[in-house]
Design a protein around this ligand. Structure first.
Ligand code: FES
Ligand SMILES: [Fe+2]
Length: 393
């Protein structure tokens, strides 16, 4: 297997390589534990990661737990209405104070019954009188940075992270007509795929694979050949995107389960007649049509497993006025996601081959070239700074 230094050199080379001259990543980039460790440290422990939606915790006391890069996190809407991401480890001897999901007025640790309010404050600690190192008033579950974007919840493990909006502003502008903030989930998707997260990422930023993987689902309505790149390139490199002109036979509102329905005012002709893929670095993707959004968020679980969280969203007013649309779309999207899973699990196996390729990218895969450049810029910098000196802690 290539060393970390060799892989970082390969990644750094993408930065100045023209997009049309890029080949796919070296196969070892999908297998290397060393590269994965650097990605975790340099990317996932300091970037905004989508951990779900506000609607997963709609009422005071609603909570759900999630592992975020090994951190035990409980997302909870406090009795004050504020959603927080709290560390779920009890401040006594670290038992998770809560698991799963539900609604609670307080979290009572199952080990020695310390109790916490939904904002993390310690409110009870039996039999602690006499301890000289305990102060109830100073004790609370630590909080992670959490911010909301149009109904999505993002966590950043870096306590000094820049506001989420800094990394979302450019993409926010490009997607403004889609009214993402008015959408609600009609299909939930949460699983683990065997394979490196970058395989999942790459698959979710191009329409080229509609010609094969989705030939029997969405490949006819959104054919690979309809791929094109919007005029406004993502100049700040926070995301990458591409569009797909829908098949001629589906233009003008012809019947297809995925054709836009509901209040379509405010959308341009282009937005009505195309699919729009937006991939926000490092690991959040939205595959959109007017009024609909098939989103996924990826988190590596080691070099060879990917935690996948996602769902299919529709405009709320469409769901209430036409519930059958929601059911039909959900069934289709479930099939599409299972097809997409193969792009991680099947490729993960062939990457082990001693003859695994570094193949040429199609012009339809410029988004992958931009992703590789992002990796090159981000990782080569951190790799270089961590080489040759001892890192504290
Ligand atoms: S570990 Fe929670 S009360 Fe002891
Ligand atoms: Fe796909």
């Amino acid at each position: 297997m290539k060393s970390l230094e060799e892989l970082l050199d390969d990644l750094a080379a993408y930065v100045d390589t023209p997009e049309e001259s890029c080949v796919s990543l070296p196969p070892d980039a999908y297998l290397s534990p060393d590269l994965n460790a650097l990605e975790v440290r340099a990317i996932f422990e300091r970037s905004w990661l989508c951990v779900g939606r506000e609607e997963y915790a709609p009422a005071p006391g609603d909570y759900y737990t999630i592992d975020v890069m090994g951190e035990p996190v409980v997302i909870v809407r406090g009795t004050d209405g504020i959603v927080r991401a709290l560390n779920a480890a009890c401040r006594h001897r670290a038992m998770p104070v809560v698991t799963g999901r539900g609604r609670a007025r307080r979290f009572v640790c199952p080990y020695h019954s310390w109790a916490y309010a939904t904002d993390g404050r310690l409110i009870a600690a039996p039999h602690m009188e006499g301890s000289r190192v305990f102060s109830k008033a100073d004790c609370r579950l630590p909080e992670y940075c959490l911010e909301s974007w149009k109904g999505f919840l993002f966590v950043n493990l870096d306590d000094d992270a820049e506001p989420l909006q800094v990394s979302m502003a450019s993409m926010d502008h490009a997607t403004r007509n889609y009214r993402i903030e008015d959408q609600t989930e009609v299909f939930h998707y949460e699983t683990t795929w065997d394979g490196n997260w970058k395989l999942s990422a790459e698959n979710s930023m191009e329409y080229y694979h509609h010609i094969g993987l989705h030939a029997r689902t969405v490949g006819v309505q959104m054919p690979a050949g309809g791929t094109y790149f919007p005029d406004h390139p993502p100049v700040d490199h926070t995301y990458t995107h591409e569009r797909c002109m829908i098949g001629e036979q589906y233009l003008g509102g012809a019947d297809h389960p995925l054709n836009p329905r509901g209040d379509l005012s405010g959308l341009t002709r282009e937005e009505l007649d195309t699919g729009y893929l937006v991939y926000v670095f490092p690991a959040f993707t939205m595959a959109m049509r007017a009024g609909a959004n098939n989103w996924l968020s990826f988190r590596p679980d080691g070099a060879e497993r990917t935690r996948v969280l996602g769902g299919y969203l529709l405009w709320k007013d469409l769901v209430s006025s036409d519930p059958e649309v929601a059911a039909a779309r959900a069934a289709l999207i479930e099939r599409v996601n299972e097809e997409d899973a193969l792009a991680t699990t099947e490729l993960a196996r062939t990457m082990r081959s001693r003859k695994a390729p570094r193949g040429p990218l199609s012009p339809f895969e410029r988004t992958l070239a931009q992703f590789y450049k992002y990796l090159g810029r981000t990782l080569a910098r951190h790799g270089a700074s961590s080489r040759g000196r001892v890192r504290p802690g």
